[in-house]
Structures are given as structure tokens and as C-alpha cells.
Design a protein around this ligand. Structure first.
Ligand SMILES: [Fe+2]
Ligand SMILES: [Fe+2]
Length: 277
């Protein structure tokens, strides 16, 4: 039988059940005291509970068409990892809103609406393509994070541990949705279009969340916020600047997530993140 999984041989996707105590960190601007950097990460977290539910469903829809036992095994690990991510980020988001007085319903309104109306109209291939695209974006940010041990500087410990744990698992399962998409004959054109749309909506939702949080905290019009934003996005660490080339690679005909082989990062981080199981 033809191998439908294109992940490296003997690569495994592990299920972990971490337990993060985020209260101390989330009560304040935990990312180096920077309102912008903290807002960026906190806002990014808001996307996961709904997003990862959709990822799981879009892949599971094609389960019956997959015959390769290796890919089937990776798919069930993917569901398990993403459902733990959803739960941990839901706890993160609820605690954040409780501690800082944000309105979670207001913060997530635009993504909930899009999910109910726009996303609901997509066909199963389009949904899977949007998962493949979103997984590419998370894999890019995950790789950057794992390669930069100083990304969070001297920030609070538990919340940064959560981000590194998520990045580690996103790296482990980065090719699962992609391999399913290829196995069921998803088109290149649809995959490319999905990346453009996913990038637009993810950035839009993230910046909407940052804007609301900064405004409520009275930090929106501060010079420090502007300087931090330029630095964080384009200079150091420059998350958008660094993402650009890997983002473009997705448009190649022969792209595969494991062309960037960063298994070394998985091994390194696995040993250094003290996850309570
Ligand atoms: Fe995830
Ligand atoms: Fe993922």
C-alpha cells in the first residue's frame, strides 16, 4: 500500500497532559512588562479553542478515506493533542478575562461569527485546506519560538512554558492535516488560496484582540506601545519579518512541512520543559 504519511520514519506524536498554573502571570503584562507583546500573545491564545475544534473536525471528516496505518495513527494523536490545546487555551482565556476584566464574548465575537456564517458554508475540502494553511502558520511561529530560547526574555515562567509546550506539539504534528489533504486529492490552487485567507483572518483577529485589550488598559496611544509593536513584529524578535520566507514556501508545488526538518528542536525542548504529567 502507498504510504500516505510523509512524516519522517520513527517520528512520533506524543500525548501529554500538562498542568499550568497561570494565575500569577496572567494578572499582569507578563511579557517583559510590555503591554503590546503581552497583548499579542494573549490575543493569539483567543484563537485556539474554536480554531482547533475546527481543525480536528475537518481532518476527522476524511478519516474513512485514509488507509495508511501510520497516517491513521498520526491522525488520532493529532486529535488528542489539539483537544488538550483547546482546553488549556480555554482555561488561559477565561482566567485572563477574569483577572483583567476583559469581556471574552466581545473579544471572540468576530471569529465566532465567521465560524457560524462563513466557515459553515465551506465544503469539506475547503475546510481541510484552511486547516492545512492554519497549521502551516502555527508551524512557522512554533519553529521560530523553539529556536529562540530568549523569545520571552525574563517573563513569567508558567505561561511561557505553556507556549513552548504548544509550539513543541505543533511541530510534532505539523504535517498531519497536510498529508490527509494530499491523500484525499486536495488541489494546489485551493491550498494556496486557503493560506492567503487564513493569514488574513488570523492577523485580523489577533490585531482586533490586541486593540481591544490595549484600549481597555489605557495603553493604546502610548509611545512605548508603538515602539514595542514595531520591534516585536519587525525587528527583534520580528515575528512577522521572520515568518515571511517560510510563509512563501507553502506556495511551491512540491512543498511539504517536513522539508523544514526541525526534529532537533523537539528533542531539545522535550528535555527542558518540565511538564507535570
Ligand atoms: Fe494546537
Ligand atoms: Fe496544530
Amino acid at each position: 500500500m502507498k504510504n500516505q504519511s510523509k512524516s519522517p520514519e520513527r517520528h512520533s506524536i506524543k500525548i501529554r497532559k500538562p498542568n499550568f498554573d497561570l494565575e500569577k502571570d496572567l494578572a499582569h503584562d507578563w511579557f517583559n512588562g510590555s503591554a503590546f507583546n503581552t497583548g499579542f500573545e494573549n490575543s493569539f491564545s483567543l484563537l485556539f479553542p474554536l480554531g482547533e475544534k475546527a481543525f480536528i473536525e475537518s481532518v476527522r471528516h476524511f478519516q474513512k478515506e485514509i488507509k495508511d496505518p501510520k497516517l491513521l495513527d498520526e491522525m488520532s494523536s493529532f486529535y488528542a493533542q489539539e483537544s488538550v490545546h483547546r482546553k488549556e487555551h480555554q482555561k488561559y482565556n477565561e482566567l485572563l478575562c477574569e483577572l483583567r476584566g476583559y469581556d471574552l464574548e466581545h473579544l471572540t465575537r468576530s471569529q465566532v461569527k465567521r465560524h457560524q456564517y462563513r466557515y459553515a458554508q465551506l465544503n469539506p475540502y475547503q475546510r481541510l485546506a484552511s486547516t492545512v494553511a492554519a497549521e502551516h502558520l502555527t508551524a512557522i511561529f512554533a519553529n521560530d519560538l523553539l529556536r529562540d530560547k530568549d523569545h520571552f526574555g525574563l517573563s513569567g515562567k508558567e505561561v511561557t512554558k505553556l507556549w513552548y509546550w504548544h509550539a513543541l506539539e505543533e511541530t510534532e504534528h505539523k504535517a498531519v492535516a497536510f498529508d490527509v489533504y494530499e491523500a484525499v486529492g486536495g488541489s494546489l490552487k485551493m491550498r494556496r488560496r486557503a493560506l492567503l485567507l487564513a493569514s488574513y483572518f488570523i492577523l485580523k483577529d489577533t490585531f482586533r484582540g490586541i486593540f481591544i485589550m490595549l484600549k481597555q488598559d489605557g495603553q493604546l496611544m502610548k509611545i512605548r506601545t508603538l515602539i514595542d509593536a514595531v520591534n516585536f513584529l519587525f525587528i527583534k524578535p520580528g515575528v512577522l519579518r521572520k515568518a515571511f520566507i517560510p510563509w512563501l514556501q507553502f506556495f511551491r508545488n512540491d512543498f511539504h512541512p517536513w522539508q523544514t526538518d526541525n526534529r532537533d528542536m523537539i528533542t531539545q525542548w522535550e528535555d527542558s520543559i518540565p511538564i507535570k504529567n
